[in-house]
Design a protein around this ligand. Structure first.
Ligand SMILES: Cc1ncc(COP(=O)(O)O)c(C=O)c1O
Length: 381
Protein backbone atom coordinates (compact mmCIF):
# COMPACT_ATOMS: atom_id res chain seq x y z
CA UNK A 1 0.00 0.00 0.00
CA UNK A 2 1.59 3.25 -1.14
CA UNK A 3 -1.12 5.76 -0.22
CA UNK A 4 0.76 7.63 2.45
CA UNK A 5 4.20 7.55 0.91
CA UNK A 6 5.87 10.85 0.28
CA UNK A 7 6.21 11.79 -3.42
CA UNK A 8 10.00 11.95 -2.96
CA UNK A 9 10.15 8.26 -2.08
CA UNK A 10 9.16 7.39 -5.67
CA UNK A 11 12.44 8.69 -7.09
CA UNK A 12 15.80 6.94 -7.19
CA UNK A 13 18.31 9.20 -8.87
CA UNK A 14 22.07 8.83 -9.06
CA UNK A 15 24.02 10.24 -6.13
CA UNK A 16 26.05 13.29 -7.09
CA UNK A 17 23.45 14.69 -9.49
CA UNK A 18 21.25 17.63 -8.49
CA UNK A 19 18.06 17.82 -10.55
CA UNK A 20 16.92 21.39 -10.80
CA UNK A 21 15.80 21.50 -14.41
CA UNK A 22 12.45 19.86 -13.78
CA UNK A 23 10.88 22.46 -16.08
CA UNK A 24 13.08 20.89 -18.78
CA UNK A 25 13.31 17.16 -18.14
CA UNK A 26 12.58 15.66 -14.75
CA UNK A 27 13.90 12.31 -13.55
CA UNK A 28 11.04 9.83 -13.93
CA UNK A 29 9.26 8.25 -10.99
CA UNK A 30 9.73 4.54 -10.21
CA UNK A 31 6.07 3.63 -10.87
CA UNK A 32 6.39 4.94 -14.44
CA UNK A 33 9.63 2.98 -14.78
CA UNK A 34 7.92 -0.19 -13.47
CA UNK A 35 5.04 -0.09 -15.97
CA UNK A 36 7.46 0.42 -18.87
CA UNK A 37 9.45 -2.64 -17.73
CA UNK A 38 6.24 -4.62 -17.33
CA UNK A 39 5.02 -3.89 -20.88
CA UNK A 40 8.41 -4.35 -22.52
CA UNK A 41 8.59 -7.78 -20.95
CA UNK A 42 5.07 -8.69 -22.05
CA UNK A 43 5.86 -7.60 -25.62
CA UNK A 44 8.97 -9.78 -25.56
CA UNK A 45 7.23 -12.82 -24.13
CA UNK A 46 3.74 -12.62 -25.59
CA UNK A 47 3.83 -10.67 -28.85
CA UNK A 48 0.41 -10.70 -30.47
CA UNK A 49 -1.03 -12.51 -27.45
CA UNK A 50 -0.92 -9.26 -25.47
CA UNK A 51 -2.52 -7.16 -28.23
CA UNK A 52 -5.86 -6.65 -26.51
CA UNK A 53 -4.23 -6.21 -23.10
CA UNK A 54 -1.95 -3.38 -24.16
CA UNK A 55 -4.89 -1.55 -25.74
CA UNK A 56 -6.66 -1.90 -22.42
CA UNK A 57 -3.52 -0.49 -20.83
CA UNK A 58 -3.82 2.60 -23.03
CA UNK A 59 -7.50 2.94 -22.11
CA UNK A 60 -6.56 2.72 -18.46
CA UNK A 61 -3.93 5.44 -18.93
CA UNK A 62 -6.49 7.65 -20.65
CA UNK A 63 -8.78 7.17 -17.67
CA UNK A 64 -5.96 7.92 -15.21
CA UNK A 65 -5.00 11.13 -17.03
CA UNK A 66 -8.66 12.14 -17.35
CA UNK A 67 -9.27 11.65 -13.64
CA UNK A 68 -6.14 13.64 -12.84
CA UNK A 69 -7.15 16.51 -15.14
CA UNK A 70 -10.78 16.54 -13.99
CA UNK A 71 -12.03 15.61 -17.46
CA UNK A 72 -13.74 12.71 -19.23
CA UNK A 73 -11.66 10.03 -21.01
CA UNK A 74 -13.37 10.96 -24.29
CA UNK A 75 -11.97 14.48 -24.10
CA UNK A 76 -8.36 13.24 -24.23
CA UNK A 77 -6.24 12.54 -27.31
CA UNK A 78 -2.63 11.38 -27.13
CA UNK A 79 0.00 12.75 -29.49
CA UNK A 80 3.76 12.47 -29.72
CA UNK A 81 4.38 16.06 -28.58
CA UNK A 82 2.68 19.23 -27.44
CA UNK A 83 3.40 20.73 -30.86
CA UNK A 84 1.25 18.01 -32.47
CA UNK A 85 -1.59 18.64 -30.04
CA UNK A 86 -1.50 22.41 -30.67
CA UNK A 87 -1.33 21.81 -34.43
CA UNK A 88 -4.47 19.69 -34.30
CA UNK A 89 -6.38 22.73 -33.05
CA UNK A 90 -4.57 25.56 -34.81
CA UNK A 91 -4.80 24.11 -38.31
CA UNK A 92 -8.30 22.70 -38.01
CA UNK A 93 -10.58 25.19 -36.37
CA UNK A 94 -11.03 26.74 -39.75
CA UNK A 95 -9.45 30.12 -39.07
CA UNK A 96 -10.47 32.73 -41.60
CA UNK A 97 -8.79 35.81 -43.07
CA UNK A 98 -9.31 38.80 -40.81
CA UNK A 99 -9.91 36.73 -37.68
CA UNK A 100 -7.43 37.11 -34.86
CA UNK A 101 -5.45 34.89 -32.50
CA UNK A 102 -4.10 36.50 -29.32
CA UNK A 103 -1.07 35.20 -27.39
CA UNK A 104 1.62 36.49 -25.05
CA UNK A 105 4.88 37.64 -26.65
CA UNK A 106 6.80 34.95 -24.74
CA UNK A 107 5.11 31.66 -25.63
CA UNK A 108 7.20 28.52 -26.19
CA UNK A 109 7.82 27.56 -29.83
CA UNK A 110 5.69 24.40 -29.77
CA UNK A 111 2.76 26.60 -28.82
CA UNK A 112 3.59 29.74 -30.79
CA UNK A 113 4.69 28.38 -34.16
CA UNK A 114 1.61 26.28 -34.99
CA UNK A 115 -0.56 29.36 -34.42
CA UNK A 116 1.84 31.59 -36.33
CA UNK A 117 1.84 29.21 -39.29
CA UNK A 118 -1.93 28.65 -39.18
CA UNK A 119 -2.44 32.44 -39.27
CA UNK A 120 0.00 32.77 -42.17
CA UNK A 121 -1.79 30.10 -44.19
CA UNK A 122 -5.30 31.44 -43.58
CA UNK A 123 -4.75 35.21 -43.53
CA UNK A 124 -5.76 35.46 -39.88
CA UNK A 125 -3.84 37.93 -37.69
CA UNK A 126 -1.61 36.89 -34.82
CA UNK A 127 -1.47 39.49 -32.04
CA UNK A 128 1.37 39.03 -29.56
CA UNK A 129 0.66 41.02 -26.42
CA UNK A 130 3.66 42.61 -24.77
CA UNK A 131 4.36 41.17 -21.32
CA UNK A 132 4.71 43.48 -18.31
CA UNK A 133 8.08 44.24 -16.66
CA UNK A 134 9.69 41.11 -15.16
CA UNK A 135 7.93 39.22 -17.98
CA UNK A 136 4.72 39.23 -15.92
CA UNK A 137 1.52 38.07 -17.64
CA UNK A 138 -1.47 39.85 -16.04
CA UNK A 139 -4.50 38.48 -17.85
CA UNK A 140 -6.35 41.82 -17.71
CA UNK A 141 -3.71 43.32 -20.00
CA UNK A 142 -4.18 40.54 -22.53
CA UNK A 143 -7.97 40.70 -22.39
CA UNK A 144 -7.89 44.45 -23.11
CA UNK A 145 -6.52 43.57 -26.56
CA UNK A 146 -9.52 41.44 -27.48
CA UNK A 147 -11.57 42.76 -30.39
CA UNK A 148 -14.66 41.66 -32.24
CA UNK A 149 -12.32 39.77 -34.59
CA UNK A 150 -10.73 37.66 -31.85
CA UNK A 151 -11.41 34.00 -32.49
CA UNK A 152 -8.83 32.41 -30.20
CA UNK A 153 -6.88 33.27 -27.06
CA UNK A 154 -3.96 30.85 -26.72
CA UNK A 155 -1.70 31.24 -23.68
CA UNK A 156 0.51 29.23 -21.38
CA UNK A 157 -0.78 28.70 -17.88
CA UNK A 158 2.78 28.95 -16.53
CA UNK A 159 5.43 30.55 -18.72
CA UNK A 160 8.49 28.43 -19.49
CA UNK A 161 11.15 31.09 -18.94
CA UNK A 162 10.21 32.68 -15.63
CA UNK A 163 7.21 30.77 -14.24
CA UNK A 164 4.88 33.76 -14.79
CA UNK A 165 1.28 32.65 -14.32
CA UNK A 166 -1.81 33.59 -16.34
CA UNK A 167 -5.12 33.62 -14.46
CA UNK A 168 -7.11 30.94 -16.28
CA UNK A 169 -10.37 31.47 -14.37
CA UNK A 170 -10.49 35.12 -15.44
CA UNK A 171 -9.61 34.06 -19.00
CA UNK A 172 -12.38 31.50 -19.32
CA UNK A 173 -15.00 33.74 -17.65
CA UNK A 174 -14.22 36.48 -20.16
CA UNK A 175 -13.95 34.32 -23.28
CA UNK A 176 -16.88 32.00 -22.73
CA UNK A 177 -19.60 34.64 -22.96
CA UNK A 178 -18.04 35.90 -26.20
CA UNK A 179 -17.65 32.45 -27.80
CA UNK A 180 -13.88 32.90 -28.11
CA UNK A 181 -11.81 29.70 -28.19
CA UNK A 182 -9.53 29.34 -25.16
CA UNK A 183 -6.49 27.12 -25.67
CA UNK A 184 -3.99 26.73 -22.84
CA UNK A 185 -0.52 25.19 -22.84
CA UNK A 186 -0.35 23.66 -19.37
CA UNK A 187 2.97 21.83 -19.67
CA UNK A 188 4.81 24.05 -17.16
CA UNK A 189 2.19 23.74 -14.44
CA UNK A 190 0.64 20.30 -14.74
CA UNK A 191 1.86 17.92 -12.07
CA UNK A 192 2.97 20.59 -9.61
CA UNK A 193 0.01 23.00 -9.39
CA UNK A 194 -3.65 22.00 -8.84
CA UNK A 195 -5.76 21.92 -12.00
CA UNK A 196 -9.31 20.97 -12.89
CA UNK A 197 -10.46 21.09 -16.51
CA UNK A 198 -14.15 21.02 -15.75
CA UNK A 199 -13.99 23.77 -13.12
CA UNK A 200 -11.84 26.04 -15.26
CA UNK A 201 -14.10 25.74 -18.28
CA UNK A 202 -11.26 26.25 -20.79
CA UNK A 203 -12.02 24.88 -24.28
CA UNK A 204 -8.80 22.96 -24.72
CA UNK A 205 -5.55 22.36 -22.90
CA UNK A 206 -2.35 20.76 -24.13
CA UNK A 207 0.55 19.33 -22.19
CA UNK A 208 3.13 16.60 -22.08
CA UNK A 209 4.86 13.96 -20.05
CA UNK A 210 8.45 14.77 -19.21
CA UNK A 211 8.51 17.83 -16.96
CA UNK A 212 6.47 18.16 -13.77
CA UNK A 213 4.57 14.95 -14.58
CA UNK A 214 7.90 13.08 -14.05
CA UNK A 215 7.18 10.59 -16.82
CA UNK A 216 9.26 9.46 -19.83
CA UNK A 217 9.58 11.92 -22.70
CA UNK A 218 7.44 11.28 -25.76
CA UNK A 219 3.77 12.04 -25.06
CA UNK A 220 1.84 15.20 -25.79
CA UNK A 221 -1.86 15.31 -25.03
CA UNK A 222 -4.90 17.37 -25.86
CA UNK A 223 -7.81 17.66 -23.47
CA UNK A 224 -10.75 19.29 -25.22
CA UNK A 225 -14.42 19.86 -24.52
CA UNK A 226 -16.31 17.25 -26.47
CA UNK A 227 -18.47 19.84 -28.29
CA UNK A 228 -15.29 21.67 -29.34
CA UNK A 229 -13.70 18.38 -30.48
CA UNK A 230 -16.61 17.90 -32.86
CA UNK A 231 -15.85 21.29 -34.45
CA UNK A 232 -12.37 20.16 -35.53
CA UNK A 233 -11.55 17.83 -38.37
CA UNK A 234 -8.66 15.41 -37.70
CA UNK A 235 -5.18 16.63 -38.68
CA UNK A 236 -3.96 13.04 -39.20
CA UNK A 237 -6.27 10.36 -40.52
CA UNK A 238 -5.86 6.61 -40.20
CA UNK A 239 -7.46 3.37 -39.11
CA UNK A 240 -8.05 4.63 -35.57
CA UNK A 241 -9.85 7.79 -36.70
CA UNK A 242 -12.98 5.79 -37.33
CA UNK A 243 -15.37 4.42 -34.80
CA UNK A 244 -18.34 2.84 -36.41
CA UNK A 245 -17.17 -0.38 -37.98
CA UNK A 246 -15.07 -3.42 -37.27
CA UNK A 247 -13.66 -3.63 -40.79
CA UNK A 248 -10.68 -1.26 -41.18
CA UNK A 249 -10.98 -1.38 -44.98
CA UNK A 250 -14.67 -0.40 -45.04
CA UNK A 251 -14.98 2.87 -46.98
CA UNK A 252 -18.17 3.82 -45.22
CA UNK A 253 -16.78 4.07 -41.69
CA UNK A 254 -17.54 7.35 -39.95
CA UNK A 255 -15.12 9.16 -37.63
CA UNK A 256 -15.36 8.78 -33.87
CA UNK A 257 -17.15 11.65 -32.22
CA UNK A 258 -14.90 12.24 -29.23
CA UNK A 259 -11.24 13.31 -29.03
CA UNK A 260 -10.06 9.78 -29.91
CA UNK A 261 -10.76 10.68 -33.55
CA UNK A 262 -7.50 12.68 -33.46
CA UNK A 263 -5.37 9.57 -32.82
CA UNK A 264 -4.85 8.27 -36.33
CA UNK A 265 -2.95 5.04 -35.77
CA UNK A 266 -0.83 2.94 -33.43
CA UNK A 267 0.44 4.75 -30.38
CA UNK A 268 3.55 5.09 -28.27
CA UNK A 269 2.10 2.63 -25.79
CA UNK A 270 4.97 2.51 -23.28
CA UNK A 271 5.14 6.25 -22.81
CA UNK A 272 1.36 6.66 -22.65
CA UNK A 273 0.94 3.93 -20.06
CA UNK A 274 3.77 5.49 -18.04
CA UNK A 275 2.06 8.89 -18.20
CA UNK A 276 -1.15 7.31 -16.89
CA UNK A 277 0.77 5.77 -13.99
CA UNK A 278 2.48 9.11 -13.27
CA UNK A 279 -0.84 10.97 -13.27
CA UNK A 280 -2.25 8.42 -10.84
CA UNK A 281 0.80 8.69 -8.61
CA UNK A 282 0.60 12.48 -8.46
CA UNK A 283 -3.13 12.33 -7.75
CA UNK A 284 -2.50 9.79 -4.98
CA UNK A 285 0.29 11.89 -3.43
CA UNK A 286 -2.01 14.96 -3.74
CA UNK A 287 -0.92 17.72 -6.02
CA UNK A 288 -1.61 20.31 -3.29
CA UNK A 289 1.02 18.67 -1.12
CA UNK A 290 3.46 18.44 -4.06
CA UNK A 291 2.82 22.12 -4.78
CA UNK A 292 3.48 23.08 -1.18
CA UNK A 293 6.81 21.28 -1.10
CA UNK A 294 7.96 22.56 -4.50
CA UNK A 295 6.94 26.17 -3.77
CA UNK A 296 8.65 26.01 -0.39
CA UNK A 297 11.89 24.89 -2.05
CA UNK A 298 11.54 27.54 -4.76
CA UNK A 299 11.01 30.24 -2.14
CA UNK A 300 14.10 29.09 -0.21
CA UNK A 301 16.06 29.17 -3.44
CA UNK A 302 14.83 32.62 -4.47
CA UNK A 303 15.47 34.07 -0.99
CA UNK A 304 18.93 32.52 -0.86
CA UNK A 305 19.86 33.80 -4.32
CA UNK A 306 18.62 37.29 -3.40
CA UNK A 307 20.82 37.19 -0.29
CA UNK A 308 23.77 36.41 -2.54
CA UNK A 309 22.99 39.56 -4.53
CA UNK A 310 21.41 37.92 -7.57
CA UNK A 311 18.38 39.47 -9.24
CA UNK A 312 15.25 37.33 -9.37
CA UNK A 313 12.88 37.83 -12.28
CA UNK A 314 9.90 38.11 -9.96
CA UNK A 315 7.09 37.79 -12.52
CA UNK A 316 4.66 36.73 -9.80
CA UNK A 317 5.81 39.33 -7.26
CA UNK A 318 8.06 38.52 -4.33
CA UNK A 319 6.29 35.24 -3.48
CA UNK A 320 6.93 32.28 -5.78
CA UNK A 321 3.59 31.09 -7.16
CA UNK A 322 5.17 28.59 -9.49
CA UNK A 323 8.35 26.69 -8.64
CA UNK A 324 10.32 28.21 -11.53
CA UNK A 325 13.07 30.59 -10.41
CA UNK A 326 14.88 32.73 -12.97
CA UNK A 327 17.89 34.67 -11.70
CA UNK A 328 20.69 36.81 -13.08
CA UNK A 329 23.94 38.28 -11.78
CA UNK A 330 23.89 41.88 -10.55
CA UNK A 331 26.43 44.44 -9.35
CA UNK A 332 25.77 43.09 -5.83
CA UNK A 333 26.53 39.44 -6.61
CA UNK A 334 30.10 38.24 -6.40
CA UNK A 335 29.57 36.22 -9.59
CA UNK A 336 29.24 38.79 -12.35
CA UNK A 337 28.30 36.85 -15.47
CA UNK A 338 25.79 34.20 -16.52
CA UNK A 339 28.67 32.21 -18.02
CA UNK A 340 30.35 31.94 -14.62
CA UNK A 341 27.10 30.74 -13.06
CA UNK A 342 26.69 28.12 -15.78
CA UNK A 343 30.26 26.99 -15.35
CA UNK A 344 29.76 26.53 -11.59
CA UNK A 345 26.48 24.62 -12.08
CA UNK A 346 27.92 22.34 -14.76
CA UNK A 347 31.08 21.63 -12.74
CA UNK A 348 28.93 20.63 -9.77
CA UNK A 349 26.46 18.54 -11.80
CA UNK A 350 23.46 20.73 -11.09
CA UNK A 351 20.97 20.73 -13.97
CA UNK A 352 19.67 24.13 -15.07
CA UNK A 353 18.53 25.96 -18.22
CA UNK A 354 19.48 29.33 -19.66
CA UNK A 355 16.17 30.99 -20.33
CA UNK A 356 14.92 34.53 -20.89
CA UNK A 357 16.77 37.06 -18.79
CA UNK A 358 18.92 34.60 -16.83
CA UNK A 359 19.30 31.09 -15.48
CA UNK A 360 16.23 28.95 -14.79
CA UNK A 361 16.13 26.57 -11.84
CA UNK A 362 12.98 24.60 -11.13
CA UNK A 363 12.72 22.52 -7.95
CA UNK A 364 10.06 19.79 -7.77
CA UNK A 365 8.72 18.00 -4.71
CA UNK A 366 11.22 15.17 -5.30
CA UNK A 367 14.03 17.63 -4.51
CA UNK A 368 15.29 18.19 -0.99
CA UNK A 369 16.41 21.26 0.89
CA UNK A 370 19.96 19.90 0.52
CA UNK A 371 19.65 20.48 -3.25
CA UNK A 372 18.85 24.15 -2.66
CA UNK A 373 21.68 24.48 -0.15
CA UNK A 374 24.03 22.92 -2.69
CA UNK A 375 23.20 25.58 -5.30
CA UNK A 376 23.60 28.40 -2.81
CA UNK A 377 26.92 26.98 -1.62
CA UNK A 378 28.22 26.60 -5.18
CA UNK A 379 27.24 30.18 -6.09
CA UNK A 380 28.54 31.72 -2.86
CA UNK A 381 32.03 32.86 -3.76
C1 LIG B 1 5.34 25.75 -22.32
C2 LIG B 1 5.88 24.56 -23.04
N1 LIG B 1 5.11 23.91 -23.91
C3 LIG B 1 5.55 22.84 -24.58
C4 LIG B 1 6.83 22.36 -24.40
C5 LIG B 1 7.28 21.14 -25.13
O1 LIG B 1 6.76 21.05 -26.42
P1 LIG B 1 6.92 19.71 -27.25
O2 LIG B 1 6.20 18.64 -26.50
O3 LIG B 1 6.28 20.02 -28.56
O4 LIG B 1 8.39 19.44 -27.37
C6 LIG B 1 7.68 23.03 -23.50
C7 LIG B 1 9.08 22.65 -23.24
O5 LIG B 1 9.78 21.97 -23.82
C8 LIG B 1 7.19 24.15 -22.81
O6 LIG B 1 7.95 24.79 -21.93
Amino acid sequence: MTVNRDFRSFFKTDPGLTHLNNAGLSPINIEAEAVVHYWVERYRREGMFCDAAYLEGVDKARGQLASFLGATPGSIAFFQSTANAVSQIAFHLNLKAGEEVIMWDQEYGSHLYPWQEACKRTGADLTLVESDPMMATPITKLLEKVTARTRVIAVSWVQFQTGAISDLKALSAFAKSRGIWTVVDTFQGMGVLPFNFQDLDIDAVVGGSHKWMTSPVGVGYLCIKEERARQLIPHNVGAYTFGTCEDPTDLACTPKRDALRFEAGSKQVLEIIALGASAELIQRCKVESIQKTALGLAQELADGLRNLGFTITASNGELQKSPIVNFSPSTKSSIKTAEEIVEALVRNKISYARRGPGIRLAPHAHNQIADIQRVLEVLNR
